[in-house]
Design a protein around this ligand. Structure first.
Ligand SMILES: NCc1[nH]cc(CCC(=O)O)c1CC(=O)O
Length: 340
Protein backbone atom coordinates (compact mmCIF):
# COMPACT_ATOMS: atom_id res chain seq x y z
CA UNK A 1 0.00 0.00 0.00
CA UNK A 2 1.54 3.32 -0.99
CA UNK A 3 1.23 6.18 1.44
CA UNK A 4 1.05 9.87 0.66
CA UNK A 5 3.78 11.00 -1.72
CA UNK A 6 3.33 14.69 -1.09
CA UNK A 7 6.45 16.71 -1.82
CA UNK A 8 8.40 17.25 1.35
CA UNK A 9 8.82 20.98 0.93
CA UNK A 10 6.18 21.68 3.53
CA UNK A 11 7.66 19.35 6.13
CA UNK A 12 8.28 21.06 9.41
CA UNK A 13 6.19 24.08 8.55
CA UNK A 14 3.46 24.83 11.03
CA UNK A 15 0.05 23.45 10.15
CA UNK A 16 1.25 20.97 7.56
CA UNK A 17 2.13 18.04 9.77
CA UNK A 18 0.43 14.65 9.50
CA UNK A 19 -3.10 14.84 10.73
CA UNK A 20 -3.83 18.02 8.89
CA UNK A 21 -7.31 17.88 7.37
CA UNK A 22 -7.12 16.24 4.00
CA UNK A 23 -4.13 14.05 4.74
CA UNK A 24 -5.82 11.75 7.23
CA UNK A 25 -8.37 9.01 6.57
CA UNK A 26 -10.37 10.85 3.96
CA UNK A 27 -10.83 8.15 1.35
CA UNK A 28 -8.70 5.10 1.92
CA UNK A 29 -8.05 4.91 -1.82
CA UNK A 30 -6.47 8.35 -1.82
CA UNK A 31 -4.60 8.33 1.46
CA UNK A 32 -3.93 4.71 2.32
CA UNK A 33 -3.74 3.07 -1.09
CA UNK A 34 -5.35 -0.04 -2.38
CA UNK A 35 -7.67 -2.09 -0.12
CA UNK A 36 -5.98 -5.48 0.40
CA UNK A 37 -8.57 -8.25 0.55
CA UNK A 38 -7.57 -11.47 2.31
CA UNK A 39 -8.94 -14.68 0.80
CA UNK A 40 -8.17 -18.37 0.49
CA UNK A 41 -6.40 -19.34 -2.71
CA UNK A 42 -8.86 -21.88 -4.18
CA UNK A 43 -10.49 -21.06 -7.51
CA UNK A 44 -13.82 -20.65 -5.73
CA UNK A 45 -12.38 -18.35 -3.05
CA UNK A 46 -10.38 -16.16 -5.44
CA UNK A 47 -13.30 -15.90 -7.87
CA UNK A 48 -15.71 -14.73 -5.20
CA UNK A 49 -13.14 -12.38 -3.63
CA UNK A 50 -12.25 -10.91 -7.03
CA UNK A 51 -15.96 -10.21 -7.57
CA UNK A 52 -15.95 -8.16 -4.36
CA UNK A 53 -12.67 -6.43 -5.30
CA UNK A 54 -14.15 -5.50 -8.69
CA UNK A 55 -17.25 -4.01 -7.09
CA UNK A 56 -15.16 -1.96 -4.66
CA UNK A 57 -12.93 -0.75 -7.49
CA UNK A 58 -16.01 0.20 -9.54
CA UNK A 59 -17.24 2.18 -6.52
CA UNK A 60 -14.00 4.18 -6.57
CA UNK A 61 -12.10 2.14 -3.96
CA UNK A 62 -9.33 0.17 -5.70
CA UNK A 63 -8.88 -3.28 -4.19
CA UNK A 64 -6.57 -6.26 -4.69
CA UNK A 65 -6.38 -9.81 -3.35
CA UNK A 66 -3.96 -11.21 -0.79
CA UNK A 67 -3.94 -15.02 -0.75
CA UNK A 68 -3.92 -16.61 2.71
CA UNK A 69 -3.35 -20.32 3.27
CA UNK A 70 -5.66 -21.83 5.90
CA UNK A 71 -5.61 -25.10 7.87
CA UNK A 72 -8.35 -26.38 5.57
CA UNK A 73 -6.04 -25.87 2.58
CA UNK A 74 -2.96 -27.56 4.03
CA UNK A 75 -4.71 -30.58 5.55
CA UNK A 76 -6.78 -33.20 3.76
CA UNK A 77 -8.28 -34.54 7.00
CA UNK A 78 -12.07 -34.37 7.36
CA UNK A 79 -13.12 -30.84 8.26
CA UNK A 80 -14.84 -32.12 11.41
CA UNK A 81 -11.46 -33.41 12.65
CA UNK A 82 -9.36 -30.30 11.97
CA UNK A 83 -11.56 -28.22 14.25
CA UNK A 84 -13.50 -24.99 14.30
CA UNK A 85 -12.66 -22.24 11.82
CA UNK A 86 -10.49 -24.39 9.52
CA UNK A 87 -11.04 -22.11 6.54
CA UNK A 88 -11.35 -18.80 8.38
CA UNK A 89 -9.00 -18.51 11.39
CA UNK A 90 -5.83 -17.84 9.38
CA UNK A 91 -7.59 -15.12 7.37
CA UNK A 92 -8.82 -13.43 10.55
CA UNK A 93 -5.29 -13.59 11.95
CA UNK A 94 -3.98 -11.92 8.76
CA UNK A 95 -6.57 -9.17 9.26
CA UNK A 96 -5.50 -8.61 12.86
CA UNK A 97 -1.82 -8.67 11.88
CA UNK A 98 -2.37 -6.03 9.20
CA UNK A 99 -1.47 -8.42 6.37
CA UNK A 100 -4.79 -7.48 4.75
CA UNK A 101 -7.38 -4.73 5.33
CA UNK A 102 -10.55 -6.75 4.71
CA UNK A 103 -11.36 -10.46 4.69
CA UNK A 104 -13.76 -12.45 2.53
CA UNK A 105 -15.06 -15.78 3.80
CA UNK A 106 -17.69 -18.20 2.62
CA UNK A 107 -20.10 -17.26 5.36
CA UNK A 108 -21.04 -20.84 6.18
CA UNK A 109 -17.41 -21.59 7.10
CA UNK A 110 -17.40 -18.99 9.91
CA UNK A 111 -17.81 -20.15 13.52
CA UNK A 112 -20.93 -18.72 15.18
CA UNK A 113 -19.01 -17.17 18.11
CA UNK A 114 -18.85 -13.37 17.69
CA UNK A 115 -15.45 -11.61 17.56
CA UNK A 116 -15.64 -8.21 19.28
CA UNK A 117 -12.73 -6.63 17.41
CA UNK A 118 -14.07 -7.60 13.96
CA UNK A 119 -16.97 -6.07 12.07
CA UNK A 120 -19.22 -7.93 9.62
CA UNK A 121 -19.10 -4.90 7.34
CA UNK A 122 -21.08 -6.41 4.46
CA UNK A 123 -23.13 -9.46 3.57
CA UNK A 124 -23.51 -9.14 -0.21
CA UNK A 125 -26.52 -10.51 -2.06
CA UNK A 126 -26.18 -14.26 -2.10
CA UNK A 127 -26.52 -16.74 -4.90
CA UNK A 128 -28.67 -19.89 -4.83
CA UNK A 129 -28.23 -21.44 -1.35
CA UNK A 130 -29.33 -24.95 -2.38
CA UNK A 131 -27.18 -28.03 -2.57
CA UNK A 132 -26.63 -29.58 -5.98
CA UNK A 133 -26.42 -33.17 -7.11
CA UNK A 134 -23.80 -33.87 -9.74
CA UNK A 135 -24.31 -37.39 -11.06
CA UNK A 136 -22.46 -39.38 -13.69
CA UNK A 137 -25.32 -40.46 -15.91
CA UNK A 138 -27.47 -37.39 -15.46
CA UNK A 139 -29.79 -39.18 -13.04
CA UNK A 140 -31.65 -37.11 -10.45
CA UNK A 141 -31.60 -38.24 -6.82
CA UNK A 142 -34.81 -40.24 -7.08
CA UNK A 143 -33.51 -42.16 -10.09
CA UNK A 144 -30.22 -43.35 -8.59
CA UNK A 145 -30.34 -47.13 -8.08
CA UNK A 146 -29.96 -48.55 -4.58
CA UNK A 147 -26.24 -49.01 -3.85
CA UNK A 148 -25.16 -45.95 -5.84
CA UNK A 149 -22.12 -44.23 -4.31
CA UNK A 150 -22.47 -40.57 -3.37
CA UNK A 151 -19.51 -38.49 -2.22
CA UNK A 152 -19.84 -36.05 0.68
CA UNK A 153 -17.93 -35.51 3.91
CA UNK A 154 -20.62 -33.26 5.31
CA UNK A 155 -22.53 -34.93 8.20
CA UNK A 156 -25.51 -32.73 7.31
CA UNK A 157 -25.61 -33.93 3.70
CA UNK A 158 -24.87 -37.55 4.61
CA UNK A 159 -27.60 -37.69 7.26
CA UNK A 160 -30.22 -36.18 4.96
CA UNK A 161 -29.23 -38.50 2.10
CA UNK A 162 -29.52 -41.53 4.39
CA UNK A 163 -32.90 -40.30 5.63
CA UNK A 164 -34.26 -40.53 2.07
CA UNK A 165 -34.10 -44.31 2.41
CA UNK A 166 -32.86 -44.81 -1.16
CA UNK A 167 -30.07 -47.22 -0.16
CA UNK A 168 -27.36 -44.78 -1.24
CA UNK A 169 -23.77 -45.50 -0.19
CA UNK A 170 -22.12 -42.41 1.30
CA UNK A 171 -18.40 -41.99 0.53
CA UNK A 172 -15.97 -39.43 2.03
CA UNK A 173 -15.14 -36.51 -0.25
CA UNK A 174 -12.82 -33.58 0.27
CA UNK A 175 -10.64 -31.32 -1.83
CA UNK A 176 -11.46 -28.39 -4.07
CA UNK A 177 -14.58 -28.28 -6.21
CA UNK A 178 -12.79 -29.30 -9.40
CA UNK A 179 -11.32 -32.45 -7.86
CA UNK A 180 -14.74 -33.33 -6.38
CA UNK A 181 -16.36 -33.11 -9.80
CA UNK A 182 -13.46 -35.14 -11.18
CA UNK A 183 -14.35 -38.07 -8.90
CA UNK A 184 -17.67 -38.36 -10.77
CA UNK A 185 -16.22 -37.73 -14.23
CA UNK A 186 -13.59 -40.46 -13.75
CA UNK A 187 -16.17 -42.99 -12.60
CA UNK A 188 -14.94 -43.33 -9.01
CA UNK A 189 -18.29 -42.16 -7.66
CA UNK A 190 -21.81 -42.23 -9.08
CA UNK A 191 -22.54 -38.75 -7.76
CA UNK A 192 -21.47 -35.99 -5.38
CA UNK A 193 -23.42 -33.35 -3.50
CA UNK A 194 -21.88 -29.87 -3.32
CA UNK A 195 -23.10 -26.32 -2.80
CA UNK A 196 -24.70 -25.08 -6.01
CA UNK A 197 -23.31 -21.60 -5.26
CA UNK A 198 -19.76 -22.84 -5.60
CA UNK A 199 -20.45 -24.25 -9.07
CA UNK A 200 -22.19 -21.03 -10.09
CA UNK A 201 -19.21 -18.95 -8.98
CA UNK A 202 -16.60 -21.01 -10.83
CA UNK A 203 -18.76 -21.13 -13.97
CA UNK A 204 -19.61 -24.84 -13.73
CA UNK A 205 -23.40 -24.61 -13.47
CA UNK A 206 -23.42 -27.01 -16.43
CA UNK A 207 -22.27 -29.79 -14.09
CA UNK A 208 -25.43 -29.58 -11.94
CA UNK A 209 -27.74 -32.55 -12.49
CA UNK A 210 -30.33 -31.44 -9.94
CA UNK A 211 -30.70 -28.49 -7.60
CA UNK A 212 -31.94 -30.15 -4.42
CA UNK A 213 -35.10 -28.62 -3.02
CA UNK A 214 -34.79 -27.72 0.69
CA UNK A 215 -37.67 -30.13 1.38
CA UNK A 216 -35.25 -32.93 0.39
CA UNK A 217 -31.98 -31.35 1.50
CA UNK A 218 -31.82 -28.37 3.85
CA UNK A 219 -28.68 -26.37 2.99
CA UNK A 220 -26.07 -25.35 5.55
CA UNK A 221 -26.87 -22.12 7.41
CA UNK A 222 -25.47 -19.20 5.34
CA UNK A 223 -24.64 -21.41 2.35
CA UNK A 224 -24.11 -19.36 -0.80
CA UNK A 225 -23.46 -16.16 1.16
CA UNK A 226 -20.21 -14.23 1.61
CA UNK A 227 -18.95 -12.53 4.75
CA UNK A 228 -16.95 -9.31 4.31
CA UNK A 229 -15.07 -8.44 7.50
CA UNK A 230 -12.68 -5.75 8.64
CA UNK A 231 -11.37 -4.43 11.95
CA UNK A 232 -14.24 -2.89 13.93
CA UNK A 233 -12.25 0.28 14.62
CA UNK A 234 -11.51 0.95 10.94
CA UNK A 235 -14.53 3.24 10.61
CA UNK A 236 -13.66 4.47 7.14
CA UNK A 237 -13.35 0.97 5.72
CA UNK A 238 -16.52 -0.17 7.53
CA UNK A 239 -18.36 2.59 5.66
CA UNK A 240 -16.83 1.71 2.28
CA UNK A 241 -17.54 -2.02 2.61
CA UNK A 242 -21.11 -1.37 3.79
CA UNK A 243 -21.94 -0.24 0.24
CA UNK A 244 -21.87 -3.93 -0.71
CA UNK A 245 -24.37 -5.03 1.95
CA UNK A 246 -27.67 -6.63 0.99
CA UNK A 247 -30.04 -6.28 3.96
CA UNK A 248 -32.30 -9.18 2.87
CA UNK A 249 -29.38 -11.58 2.63
CA UNK A 250 -28.03 -10.36 5.96
CA UNK A 251 -31.41 -10.94 7.66
CA UNK A 252 -31.69 -14.43 6.16
CA UNK A 253 -28.18 -15.40 7.19
CA UNK A 254 -28.61 -13.93 10.68
CA UNK A 255 -31.72 -16.08 11.18
CA UNK A 256 -30.10 -19.25 9.84
CA UNK A 257 -26.98 -18.83 11.95
CA UNK A 258 -29.01 -18.01 15.04
CA UNK A 259 -30.50 -21.51 14.75
CA UNK A 260 -27.01 -23.01 14.63
CA UNK A 261 -25.74 -20.89 17.53
CA UNK A 262 -28.77 -21.66 19.71
CA UNK A 263 -28.30 -25.38 19.09
CA UNK A 264 -24.65 -24.87 20.08
CA UNK A 265 -23.75 -26.63 16.86
CA UNK A 266 -20.82 -25.97 14.56
CA UNK A 267 -20.51 -25.91 10.79
CA UNK A 268 -20.03 -29.69 10.73
CA UNK A 269 -23.24 -30.48 12.66
CA UNK A 270 -26.14 -32.16 10.82
CA UNK A 271 -28.11 -28.89 10.97
CA UNK A 272 -29.68 -27.27 7.93
CA UNK A 273 -31.46 -23.93 7.69
CA UNK A 274 -32.77 -21.67 4.96
CA UNK A 275 -34.43 -18.29 5.26
CA UNK A 276 -35.84 -15.99 2.63
CA UNK A 277 -37.56 -12.65 2.59
CA UNK A 278 -41.08 -13.20 1.25
CA UNK A 279 -43.93 -10.83 0.48
CA UNK A 280 -46.94 -10.93 2.75
CA UNK A 281 -50.21 -8.98 2.81
CA UNK A 282 -52.05 -7.59 5.83
CA UNK A 283 -55.84 -7.38 6.36
CA UNK A 284 -55.86 -3.89 4.84
CA UNK A 285 -54.29 -5.14 1.62
CA UNK A 286 -50.89 -3.61 2.37
CA UNK A 287 -47.94 -5.63 1.06
CA UNK A 288 -44.96 -6.03 3.38
CA UNK A 289 -41.83 -8.18 3.74
CA UNK A 290 -41.52 -11.08 6.14
CA UNK A 291 -38.75 -13.52 6.89
CA UNK A 292 -39.59 -17.18 6.31
CA UNK A 293 -37.23 -19.60 8.04
CA UNK A 294 -37.05 -23.39 7.82
CA UNK A 295 -34.57 -25.51 9.74
CA UNK A 296 -33.92 -29.12 10.60
CA UNK A 297 -31.66 -31.55 12.39
CA UNK A 298 -31.01 -35.09 11.18
CA UNK A 299 -29.86 -38.23 12.96
CA UNK A 300 -26.45 -39.22 11.58
CA UNK A 301 -27.75 -42.65 10.55
CA UNK A 302 -30.71 -41.10 8.74
CA UNK A 303 -33.25 -42.72 11.06
CA UNK A 304 -34.93 -39.41 11.85
CA UNK A 305 -35.19 -35.81 10.66
CA UNK A 306 -36.68 -33.10 12.85
CA UNK A 307 -37.94 -30.05 10.98
CA UNK A 308 -39.74 -26.86 11.91
CA UNK A 309 -40.47 -23.48 10.34
CA UNK A 310 -41.44 -19.97 11.35
CA UNK A 311 -42.41 -16.70 9.66
CA UNK A 312 -41.92 -13.28 11.26
CA UNK A 313 -40.62 -9.72 11.01
CA UNK A 314 -37.44 -9.24 8.96
CA UNK A 315 -35.94 -7.06 11.71
CA UNK A 316 -36.30 -9.90 14.23
CA UNK A 317 -34.09 -12.35 12.34
CA UNK A 318 -31.99 -13.53 15.29
CA UNK A 319 -35.02 -13.87 17.55
CA UNK A 320 -36.81 -15.97 14.90
CA UNK A 321 -33.80 -18.25 14.63
CA UNK A 322 -33.59 -18.66 18.38
CA UNK A 323 -37.31 -19.41 18.61
CA UNK A 324 -37.04 -22.02 15.89
CA UNK A 325 -34.04 -23.63 17.59
CA UNK A 326 -36.03 -23.82 20.84
CA UNK A 327 -38.82 -25.56 18.97
CA UNK A 328 -36.38 -28.03 17.41
CA UNK A 329 -34.95 -28.76 20.87
CA UNK A 330 -38.46 -29.39 22.20
CA UNK A 331 -38.91 -31.89 19.38
CA UNK A 332 -35.75 -33.73 20.45
CA UNK A 333 -33.01 -32.09 18.33
CA UNK A 334 -30.44 -32.30 21.16
CA UNK A 335 -30.11 -36.04 20.52
CA UNK A 336 -28.65 -35.36 17.07
CA UNK A 337 -26.30 -32.45 17.80
CA UNK A 338 -22.84 -33.65 18.85
CA UNK A 339 -21.77 -32.36 22.24
CA UNK A 340 -25.21 -31.18 23.20
N1 LIG B 1 -16.88 -25.91 3.38
C1 LIG B 1 -16.43 -25.70 2.05
C2 LIG B 1 -17.29 -24.73 1.33
N2 LIG B 1 -17.49 -23.48 1.80
C3 LIG B 1 -18.34 -22.84 0.94
C4 LIG B 1 -18.64 -23.70 -0.09
C5 LIG B 1 -19.53 -23.43 -1.24
C6 LIG B 1 -19.93 -22.01 -1.50
C7 LIG B 1 -20.87 -21.41 -0.51
O1 LIG B 1 -21.68 -22.11 0.13
O2 LIG B 1 -20.86 -20.19 -0.40
C8 LIG B 1 -17.97 -24.89 0.13
C9 LIG B 1 -17.99 -26.10 -0.72
C10 LIG B 1 -19.28 -26.90 -0.65
O3 LIG B 1 -19.98 -26.88 0.36
O4 LIG B 1 -19.59 -27.61 -1.61
Amino acid sequence: MSTSDNPSTALGEPGTSLGEPGTSLEGRGASKGVIRIGTRGSLLATTQAQGIADRLTANGHPAELVIISTAGDTSTAPVAQIGIGVFTTAIRTALRDGVCDAAIHSYKDLPTAPEADLKMAAVPERVDPRDALVSRDGMVLGELPSGSTIGTSSPRRAAQLRALGLGLEIRPLRGNLDSRLGRVANGELDAVVVARAGLVRIGRTDAVTEALDPVVMLPAPAQGALAVECLADDAELVRILAELDDPSTRAAVDAERAVLAALEAGCTAPVGAIAEVVESIDSGGRIFDELSLRAGVAAEDGSDVIRASVVGPVDRAVELGERLAAELLELGAADYVPGH
